[in-house]
Design a protein. Sequence first.
Length: 275
Amino acid sequence: MRQGGEVYRYDGTWKGFLCCVFTCFERREAPADIQGGEGAQQSLYPARYVVTDPEQARRVARWLNGTLGPEVASLAREGFLSSLPQREMHILRLLLLARRLGPAAASAHGDRSVAALRTAVYQMHQEAHLLTGFIRFVERGGVLTATISPKHQVVQRLGPHFSSRFPGERIVIFDDTHRLALWCRGGRWGVVRASVQFPPPDAAEEQWRQLWKRFYRVIGIEGRENPRCRMTHMPKRYWKHMTEMEEEAPLPAHAERESPGGLLRPCAGKGDMIQ
């Protein structure tokens, strides 16, 4: 396949990318770059806009899942969810390699694109694992809501975890980096592209948040405080959405008389989670 002199631009979706792959194979020409969604940049190469065609996407998906094997398909799909620079070109090179090697392409660690994709997917899995413990929920109108700012598109991996852990709850987790919203209800989950603006917590929820901050501060041992160790186990980029890292506000007078047993409420999944 010869190297072309065009930049493919598409809508940023997985199906749209599969249509770019279809166009590449149909023209027997590899593009100079593939850019999707808001990530498109100015280039000296002429641009070709690839329209998302469901039938073309299905044909490529059948080839990917059937001929190339589940490991190559999984590496391509999960690599697409990562924040790897030029991820589309790396995935395209993986698929071109898989045309020659078949399913063994996923294990070709000496190939730069395969190695880059494997590293990016590992980092995505690590970030998703950390967020299962770092997400802090706020109850708004009977719905547990949270905002996250991940590097990778991890909400698809968070869906099975929270839908099975809290099957009786209604949950909305908003990824403000990629503008994706995860919803969970009745053990089911889904992801939609949306921009979400949560209302401020009500007085009761704010009281629980202040109690949790106070509990977090009181149980700490000042003489054993180790900021460097804390940042190792709880990276600082997650702090802005963690309740206990916000400045503590004074509690109302009646809250001082609340039973300490009330502080156990976050463990029940109604407020912020304790991991």
